[in-house]
Design a protein around this ligand. Structure first.
Ligand SMILES: [Zn+2]
Length: 194
């Protein structure tokens, strides 16, 4: 599947699952936006999660990964589905007293080729910390993958980065929102009353 078909298919999956909404939203930052994405809703239905994992696996396969590692919590479902599609093991890192660690008996074979998978990459912070954990244990991080790339200044990683959808959502400060100026009512996503 060509990258553009893939992005189109992913956008369809996001809209079908209600993960990507158009309207007028107040984000947790307080800014207003015309679009909103909640990736967890895409992964709510296992068959959609599985399809997203298959799509991401196709993008990552050329890096010949021997395992997938994801930072908990966000990357776990898509990381697992991607590993399943690649036919390789899945491991996750988690924070212990604020520090990213590999626990629960998971191991990284020295020299093994690892891809780090996230759901949404904005600054790439958690994924970068997971990469550091892998490298400290002797693994070789060969690529990063994500469902959605929301980073605005190119690839935030030192390795190739494959994302299924590049999503730059425009937002405005509440006082300078064109949708408010047009008289529209703002919705707070995630709140049951909206
Ligand atoms: Zn507004």
């Amino acid at each position: 599947m060509a990258a553009t078909d893939e992005a189109r298919r992913l956008e369809e999956l996001l809209r079908d699952s209600g993960a990507l909404k158009s309207g007028h939203f107040e984000l947790s930052s307080g800014r207003h936006a015309a679009e909103y994405v909640q990736c967890a809703l895409l992964l709510e239905f296992p068959e959609r999660a599985r399809e997203a994992g298959r799509l991401l696996a196709e993008r990552l396969r050329e890096h010949r990964p021997e395992a997938v590692v994801s930072p908990a919590l966000g990357g776990m479902l898509i990381g697992h589905e991607t590993a399943a599609a690649l036919g390789v093991p899945f491991r996750f890192t988690e924070r212990k007293a604020g520090e990213m660690t590999l626990r629960r008996g998971f191991e990284i074979t020295a020299g093994s080729r690892i891809v780090v998978v996230e759901d949404v990459v904005t600054t790439g912070g958690s994924a970068s910390e997971a990469m550091t954990v892998v490298e400290r244990l002797g693994g070789q991080v060969v690529a990063a993958g994500a469902i959605i790339d929301r980073s605005s200044d190119g690839n935030p990683f030192r390795v190739p980065f494959e994302a299924l959808l590049d999503l730059e959502l425009e937002s405005w400060p509440a006082g300078g929102c064109p949708l408010c100026e047009a008289g529209g009512r703002v919705e707070k996503p995630g709140s049951r009353s909206s």
